[in-house]
Design a protein around this ligand. Sequence first.
Ligand SMILES: C[S@@+](CC[C@H](N)C(=O)[O-])C[C@H]1O[C@@H](n2cnc3c(N)ncnc32)[C@H](O)[C@@H]1O
Length: 123
Amino acid sequence: MAWHESTAALGTEIITLELDPKMIAASRRTFDKYRLNDRIKLIEGPAGESILNLTGQFDLVFVDANKDGYQDYVQKILNRKLLSPNGLILCDNSKPPHRTRRHPRYRGDVLTRISDDQSLLAA
Ligand SMILES: C[S@@+](CC[C@H](N)C(=O)[O-])C[C@H]1O[C@@H](n2cnc3c(N)ncnc32)[C@H](O)[C@@H]1O
């Protein structure tokens, strides 16, 4: 909803990828209730597969799903040239706070590779 609201003046197209049937149903209910379907498209299924069917270029990609998929998602986005020339990829919690670094949810080595990749840093 926040993305939709904040891009009202631009008429930005928003695509969201979701795997969990409960989240899909809740999202669809919300989109219907607040009439957000004009610019939001929800693609059901695993993000790693859905990305392969995306076309065009995106100014902003917000990655906020399973942490162990982040590297795959970022790599596929870049390989498929889905990011516009001045586009930005935001990865939520890609670098865990020190105290949670060993938590299995965070594959520190993979995430560190993403966050330490100088070619992925914004100027
Ligand atoms: C932290 S929530 C995202 C919340 C969302 N960014 C928001 O602001 O409403 C993470 C979501 O990623 C979804 N998810 C987890 N693994 C996924 C995958 N492999 N493909 C697609 N979605 C996935 C989960 O079902 C969950 O809804």
